[in-house]
Ligand binder design. Structure first.
Ligand code: GTP
Ligand code: MG
Length: 362
């Protein structure tokens, strides 16, 4: 899962990236147009507790990759370089770092701090990228349709109509992720990797002086901006970056002193999972406790396929128990005795937090 960090120049993208990756990332080097890349574990207390209970030798968390894109997205007047758009298009979701910190020594590219304006401008920039992509596709397809025989034009014509509808939505400042699309239409545009169709996490980078009000600021902004495929998180990137160099107890003390809540960075990572429409299930045994991601609504048969294609192929049935029930029972044996370890067939819809054991035969 690749998450692209974007935003205006000097909004705090690299500071956030360093905090998330604890400074251990591979970076592109000064002046490079390559994004810095870092792998981050998705924290999950449920997995930690389950693995401790079953005494798993190894714990494997979910992982996401963050890509720290250099420089600015909105370049006012200048077109965003196509190579930049193309790299963004490869990402599964975008993280937009918005500057809300006031620091006279750090120049804002627009001359003043205004998070609402910057959120709108970056949305617009992403929409421009999509508009260009849709136009390119439409003009190619138009030629194909015209040169096709009369009876073979229908699919192309339907796609052209869809492209026109999507362009109109973008012109009306509606991101593509907000559009109602049929499964068929979704399939038609799935290859285009459109930017405003990707889940978006807006990370508002607040001032050190505002951390005690972080919750309040987040509620307000989330009320305005969160919606289908959009999540909002508020953090102070510089403080989070400073904390990673401290010991746990030093960091805790520092947080109390500043009124800085714990887990701000974890939330950015967790929100990205949510924005992607993923839920987590677990496999927990003595060898390994492991978290897996699967789309909301996926059957346990599909979940089994995430673990291994053989396990899916030979699927017989699965034993399933909610993570909290397993913790409460204290062991699989006790869970079975109390009837909480259920047997489910292929069609069972996997629930967030399910602990599963697939019985299979290949
Ligand atoms: N006061 C304050 N300064 C910050 C904060 N976050 C970032 N900065 C400062 O802003 C400057 C730019 O931060 P970066 O993290 O390099 O920003 P960036 O978005 O990666 O910048 P580019 O990659 O050049 O676009 C640095 O001097 C940071 O120390 C913050 O929360 N508070
Ligand atoms: Mg940077």
């Amino acid at each position: 899962m690749d998450l692209g960090i974007v935003g205006l120049a000097r909004s705090g993208k690299t500071t956030l990236f360093d905090a998330l990756t604890r400074g251990h990332a591979h970076t592109g080097g000064f002046g490079s147009l390559e994004p810095g890349i870092g792998v981050v574990k998705v924290p999950d207390e449920r997995l930690d507790k389950l693995s401790a209970l079953i005494k798993s030798k190894k714990i494997t968390h979910l992982e996401v990759r963050f890509l720290d894109f250099p420089g600015s997205l909105s370049l006012r007047g200048e077109a965003t370089p196509p190579a930049y758009i193309a790299s963004l298009a490869q990402c599964d979701a975008l993280v937009h770092v918005v500057r809300a910190f006031r620091d006279e020594s750090v120049a804002h590219p627009e001359g003043s701090v205004d998070p609402q304006r910057d959120i709108a401008n970056v949305d617009l920039e992403l929409a421009f990228g999509d508009m260009a992509a849709l136009e390119r596709r439409a003009s190619k397809l138009d030629i194909e349709v015209r040169s096709a025989r009369a009876g073979e034009r229908e699919a192309g014509e339907r796609e052209l109509a869809l492209l026109a509808r999507l362009r109109e939505a973008l012109e009306n400042e509606q991101p593509l992720r907000a559009q109602e699309l049929s499964p068929d239409e979704r399939r038609m545009i799935s290859g285009y990797q459109l930017l405003t169709n990707k889940p978006l996490i807006i990370v508002v980078n607040i001032d050190e002086a505002d951390v005690a009000r972080a919750d309040e600021i987040e509620r307000e902004l989330a009320g305005q901006h969160s919606g289908r495929g959009v999540k909002v998180a508020v953090i102070c990137a510089t403080l989070e970056r400073e904390l990673i160099d401290l010991t746990e107890s030093e960091a805790a003390e520092f947080r109390t002193e500043l009124g800085l809540a714990e887990g701000g960075l974890d939330r950015v990572v967790q929100l990205s999972q949510e924005a992607l429409g993923l839920i987590t299930f677990f496999t927990v045994g003595e060898q390994e406790g492991r978290a897996w991601a699967v789309a909301v609504g996926a059957t346990i048969f599909e979940a089994a396929g995430k673990i291994h294609t053989d396990i899916q192929r030979g699927f017989i049935r699965a034993e399933v128990i909610g993570w909290q029930d397993l913790l409460d029972c204290g062991s699989y044996a006790e869970a079975r005795k109390r009837g909480l370890l259920r047997t489910e067939g292929k069609q069972y819809i996997t629930q967030d937090g399910d602990t599963i054991h697939v019985l299979f035969n290949v």
